[in-house]
Design a protein around this ligand. Structure first.
Ligand code: BEZ
Length: 409
């Protein structure tokens, strides 16, 4: 790792603000292109405080939108390139099982629409009825109307190993400098370059990449813009495996919200198989809804919502086999989601009213774990070339993605 002495002042081609998985992946790509890059992280590297927290993510190809299916497929060669840097498997390919009520259209999509998108993109999958899902994948008591699809390329991502691999490459690169415990307090646009202030020193760069995860607005506000997002303290539970050898795929169940004593609650859950890198002997199941969302990341407590956990445990007890029905451990992860309908991922250049916006790129919100190496590539393309061959037209800087922010004087 390049070491910066406190109060040092240095110029870089690019400063990346946010040293989680997206920031590290961008530094990897920029370093390969011999771009002198500084990565600033407000906490310590590998911290558990942002959206790179937790240990596993789902890699899945099914999406209701064809452009998303295409983008996940395009991430595969970049995952392979990253995998070549480490002997530790970054993915455990157990397949994706999407199942549930075929009439549900949720934030994650709809089963039938995903099947069409997969078909159009030539992605192999099999369709299943409720009986087949129960027989082949260990679920039980499913309504007869439930359908499903199994896509064999789905995987559990070892996010921790992914981050460690990137961090190690960047540490060894002579083009990448890493500095943690360095929250950015001001950004001044000096026309030809940006001046970035941290308690550990002031740095300048020709270009900025902003990858602050859920802390996006605290960085974007320094440049007088912000995005509209909501934040989830997403709760996971770990259930002990009691039936030796039982193996679940990564899965997601689509169900309509339920009316519980007058309050309508989410009813979608997702889960992982047992993985060697995270509580071996246990499987993780989580709710894909929150009962109390947060208006800022600072409101996060790390305490899982007991009602969300209760719903998850009830679903496991009712519908899964080979597991203890009561969770042994819990965890939370901070998720930020755009409040713009159907807009899970925001990516591109800063809005036009920000001076020198074409020298500032950003990526924030959404479920980006499966895209980590690809997002690094796209952000490095945009930063160095001003464009990318990947289709990011669905995520870019449209005026309604942003609102102006004026700092109090
Ligand atoms: C995803 O793969 O994007 C995802 C998986 C589980 C919950 C939410 C999103």
């Amino acid at each position: 790792m390049s070491v910066l002495t406190p109060q040092s002042s240095s110029h870089f081609d690019v400063i990346i603000i946010g040293g989680g998985s997206l920031g590290q992946a961008t530094a990897w790509q920029l370093g390969k292109r011999k771009v002198r890059t500084l990565v600033l992280e407000q906490f310590t590297f590998l911290n558990q405080l942002g959206s790179s927290g937790g240990v596993s993510r789902q890699f899945r190809i099914p999406y209701p939108e064809e452009y998303m299916v295409k983008l996940v497929k395009q991430s595969v060669p970049l995952w392979e390139e990253l995998q070549a840097l480490t002997p530790v498997p970054l993915q455990d390919k157990v397949g994706t099982l999407w199942f549930g009520d075929p009439t549900v259209h949720s934030t994650e999509g709809n089963i039938g629409e995903a099947e069409k998108a997969l078909e159009n993109q030539g992605v192999p999958f099999t369709t299943l009825d409720a009986g087949e899902i129960e027989k082949q994948y260990h679920f039980r008591n499913l309504p007869e109307t439930y359908t499903g699809l199994f896509q064999p390329d789905g995987a559990s991502i070892n996010l921790r190993a992914t981050l460690e691999t990137l961090l190690q490459w960047n540490t060894l690169s002579s083009f990448v400098t890493l500095l943690d415990n360095a929250p950015v307090t001001t950004i001044v646009d000096n026309k030809t370059h940006f001046e970035v202030t941290t308690p550990q020193g002031n740095f300048t760069a020709d270009k900025l990449v902003l990858t602050p995860g859920p802390f996006a607005n605290s960085v974007f506000n320094l440049l007088n813009f912000q995005i509209n997002a909501t934040y989830w303290n997403m709760a996971s539970a770990y259930f002990k495996v009691t039936q030796p050898g039982i193996q679940y795929p990564t899965w997601f169940v689509f169900q309509n919200p339920v009316d519980d004593h007058g309050s309508v609650n989410g009813n979608q859950f997702y889960g992982f198989p047992e993985v060697s890198w995270n509580y071996p002997g246990y499987v993780r199941v989580a709710s894909d809804f929150v009962m109390a969302d947060l208006s800022s990341p600072e409101q996060r407590t790390f305490v899982p919502n007991p009602k969300e956990l209760g719903y998850t445990a009830q679903w496991v007890a009712d519908h899964m086999t080979g597991l203890e029905p009561v969770p042994s451990f819990t965890s939370t992860c901070l998720v930020s989601l755009s409040t713009i309908k159907n807009k899970e991922l925001l990516l591109g250049f800063a809005p036009e009213y920000v001076p020198n916006h074409h020298r500032i790129t950003f990526c924030t919100t959404g479920w980006v774990g499966k895209f980590v190496p690809l997002m690094g590539r796209i952000l490095s393309d945009l930063t160095v070339d001003g464009h990318t061959p990947y289709d990011i037209s669905h995520f870019g800087a449209r005026p309604n993605f942003f609102s102006a922010f004026t700092a109090a004087k």
